[in-house]
Design a protein around this ligand. Structure first.
Ligand SMILES: [Zn+2]
Length: 430
């Protein structure tokens, strides 16, 4: 009887913790952010995380009612447990440059490299155990890193850097906790080009909010521009032998793909972004050469002055914000076997179609649409399963004949991608 009572009282304690899918935010967290900077080192088949430093940042912009990530996206999963009760109090799926790099020839040949990475969470009031899992080749999460963080630890860095850059609030629709907070940072803009950075940003933002579903959900976003200044104009272009002193270190030819423009200078980006409340980082690079990049929950990048720039900005944001995969399969990439055969990708808009009777976007497929779906004009504007996606002409399927994640054009997101984006907006706002 006593045991039963004890069990009941334990359940009663547990219920408030789980009520509303939720965790009592103010019991576990302050409104600042904990930033965990890590070095992620290894090669194909081997990876190690090492702590760089812990930073207390002034703003946590995330939604207090969605502390647990229920979307199951990303190659990595970061979780935090309250050390005292062992309760899971925070989680996020995310992706890394390392996770892409390990599929390149260089990594498969056994070369080791290090990438600097950050995971962020609301600042804990009490000690937490932090755990990182990585998906294996079958997409099953395996533990790769553990760390205990005591929020009182005096080693946690508490300064803020790069406060001297001018901050402009371009769109303010409400308090950060219930908005998607975008921060835009410029790279390769000199002091005398601050005006161009403002002008470019306004043009991209206007285009972004003219694209669905962002158009219908404009009121759910806040947008902040940080007017960063570089010594040189433009970004690195290794294939042309051109290296610039650009503040954020953006470079074309990342992972030896000419158009792939990302940066390994994670720390400075995080130090700059940490000055404002943000959920998602967008980097705008000053230049004309075609390029961009987007990694889920890391950042998206776009070049400023290319005939395709409006397409790039939104397409790359689709990767970085909603975890969308590339639906195209005809362009050259250096990834090997990024989607192993016989394994369902976690991306919401690509399927291996291992079971034609249970497609993950099956609720959007009309009963009279054949699956797989013939790739001909009969099926324009119809949701189905069209072969060719994720850099592979065979064995992977996309939901629609055309989409912003498929063709290099200003075509709308397909219904499946659009829903994935809307779900992510809901996650930050509802
Ligand atoms: Zn799509």
């Amino acid at each position: 009887m006593r045991k039963v009572l004890l069990l009941i009282s334990m359940l009663l304690v547990a219920v408030p913790l789980l009520a509303a899918g939720g965790i009592d935010y103010d019991r576990f967290f302050t409104h600042e952010a904990l930033r965990i900077d890590l070095h992620h080192t290894g090669t194909a088949g081997m990876e190690v995380f090492a702590l760089d430093e812990l930073v207390e940042e002034p703003h946590w912009a995330g939604n207090p009612s969605t502390l647990i990530d229920t979307m199951n996206l990303g190659g990595y999963l970061f979780r935090a447990y309250d050390l005292e009760t062992n309760a899971l109090i925070f989680s996020r799926g995310y992706c890394t440059i390392f996770g892409e790099w390990v599929t390149t020839d260089e990594a498969l040949e056994g070369v080791h490299r290090t990438f600097h990475e950050t995971i962020r969470m609301p600042y804990p009031r009490k000690p937490v155990q932090v755990r990182i899992d990585r998906r294996d080749r079958r997409n099953i999460f395996k533990n790769v890193y553990d760390l205990v963080v005591d929020p009182e630890d005096y080693h946690i860095r508490r300064d803020t850097r790069y406060r001297f850059f001018r901050v402009r609030r371009l769109k303010e629709n409400g308090p950060p906790h219930h908005k998607v907070d975008l921060v835009i940072i410029g790279d390769g803009y000199r002091q005398d080009q601050a005006h161009k950075l403002r002008k470019d940003t306004k043009r991209f933002i206007k285009n972004f909010f003219n694209t669905e579903p962002f158009k219908s959900r404009t009121g759910d976003f806040n947008v902040t521009l940080i007017e960063t200044i570089s010594e040189d104009t433009g970004v690195d272009n290794p294939r042309a032998g051109s290296y610039k002193s650009n503040l954020l270190g953006l470079s074309f030819n990342s992972l030896d793909i000419d158009r792939y423009m990302i940066t390994k200078s994670n720390k400075i980006i995080r130090d700059i972004a940490g000055n404002v409340p943000y959920d998602q980082i967008i980097i705008l690079a000053n230049g004309e050469k075609y390029g961009g990049g987007g990694i889920f929950k890391l950042y998206s990048t776009s070049i400023s002055d290319n005939e395709f720039d409006a397409y790039i900005f939104v397409h790359e944001f689709g990767h970085a914000f909603a975890g969308l995969g590339d639906e195209y399969y005809s362009s050259e990439v250096t990834y090997n076997d990024m989607y192993p055969r016989g394994v369902e990708p976690w991306e919401p808009n690509i399927t291996a179609l291992l079971d034609t009777t249970s497609v993950k976007w099956g609720d959007l497929i009309a009963p009279d649409t054949p699956v797989p779906t013939p790739d001909d004009s009969t099926y324009n504007d119809v949701v189905g399963c069209f072969e060719g996606a994720g850099y592979s002409a065979k064995g992977l399927y996309r939901p629609y004949r055309d989409c912003r994640m498929f063709s290099k054009s200003l075509v709308d997101f397909c219904p499946v991608c659009r829903r994935a984006i809307e779900r992510m907006i809901d996650f930050y706002t509802q």
